[in-house]
Design a protein around this ligand. Structure first.
Ligand code: PGA
Length: 248
């Protein structure tokens, strides 16, 4: 009942011209996809990629959004600025933002509410570090990220959650399918407690962290995993399309 969602996170890769080239290569390969297909591109790629995806089943996403409507926030981008170009999704609280740019559960929460208020669908990222996993803190870390990061949300199924163990991002080290499934089940259980069992049953929870054309089938076969947030493997049209067609 939950429609899978495969989203590419291009991170700081591809100029606008390169982005258009990539998305033009992706479009024909994914046109028959059974899942939702999203590309989350750098801000400067948005106008051109927005034109390029028109009339296709590829949806456009951004990688961050500021929480204020407008004002003195040098270097930031508002939700309305994204909406104007047809952006539908926005990644919030990616671990790289948390690690390098001081993002906290509090700012994640504010950005999520601003995105929703503007009609964007937030893809909120959560996940534990290697040290936290090895010291048995995974569940308590996720519990806090969910309770604080998603505070004030009336219905959790309005967002997408990306479970991304930090130790699996860009490292080639994937969580096993069982590990990912088990942890996502925990996230869903926590959502049922914090929000309601019905909306927890509806919220789409992706796995992210070195997901690729080879391991996607096994991960996506897991009952709790509703999609993927794909970094490295989303930068090649064939690899990304192989993940979109994980069921082939
Ligand atoms: P990766 O990145 O697929 O390159 O590990 C995933 C992400 O950071 O969203």
């Amino acid at each position: 009942m939950r429609k899978p969602i495969i989203a590419g996170n291009w991170k700081m890769n591809n100029t606008a011209a390169q982005g258009v080239e990539l998305v033009n290569a992706i479009k024909p390969l994914v046109k028959d996809a059974q899942c939702d297909v999203v590309v989350c591109v750098p801000f400067t790629d948005i106008p051109a990629v927005s034109e390029a995806v028109k009339g296709s089943n590829v949806h456009l996403g951004a990688q961050n959004v500021h929480f204020a409507e407008k004002g003195a926030y040098t270097g930031e981008i508002s939700a309305a600025m994204l909406k104007e170009f047809g952006v539908e999704y926005v990644i919030i609280g990616h671990s790289e933002r948390r690690q390098y740019f001081g993002e906290t559960d509090e700012t994640v929460n504010k950005r999520m509410h601003a995105a929703l208020a503007a009609g964007l669908i937030p893809i909120v990222c959560v996940g534990e570090s290697l040290e936290e996993r090895e010291s048995g803190k995974t569940e308590s870390v996720l519990d806090v990220q969910i309770r604080e990061g998603l505070k004030g949300l009336d219905d959790v199924s309005k967002i997408v959650i990306a479970y991304e163990p930090v130790w699996a991002i860009g490292t080639g080290k994937t969580a096993t399918a069982e590990q990912a499934n088990e942890t996502i089940a925990f996230i869903r259980k926590t959502c049922a407690e914090v929000f309601c069992p019905k909306c927890a049953g509806k919220v789409r929870i992706q796995y992210g962290g070195s997901m690729n054309a080879k391991n996607c089938k096994e991960l996506m076969a897991m009952p709790e995993i509703d999609g993927g947030l794909i970094g490295g493997a989303s930068l090649k049209a064939e690899d990304f399309s192989a993940i979109v067609h994980y069921d082939r």
